[in-house]
Design a protein around this ligand. Structure first.
Ligand SMILES: [Zn+2]
Length: 98
């Protein structure tokens, strides 16, 4: 019976967010990231190394940025998920086109 509990606990979803910080602005759940030979998470499109943070912190920082005078930023971020762009401005250009 202790074993059942153990199973439930190990199945708890890993909800960390990973995002490109240098040459790419890709982001997604950590489960969707690629990985480098050494095990580091990377962008599955360009292989750029990623940073990670908890989901709650990610959502908070997106909201904070939107509240500081960037309306619709959270919509843009949702659109951006899973897309590989070399910079935010390039991604914004594409976003405004669609
Ligand atoms: Zn990338």
């Amino acid at each position: 019976m202790a074993r059942a509990l153990e199973m439930i606990m190990t199945e708890t979803k890993d909800d960390r967010i990973v995002y490109g910080a240098v040459n790419c602005v890709w982001w997604d759940e950590i489960a969707n990231a690629g990985s480098k030979p050494g095990g580091l998470p990377c962008c599955p499109h360009c292989g750029c190394v990623l940073m990670e943070m908890p989901r709650s912190q990610w959502d908070e920082s997106v909201k904070r940025y939107e509240d500081s005078g960037h309306p619709n930023y959270s919509e843009f971020v949702v659109w951006l998920k899973g897309k590989c762009f070399p910079s935010i401005s390039k991604a914004m250009e594409e976003y405004e086109r669609v």
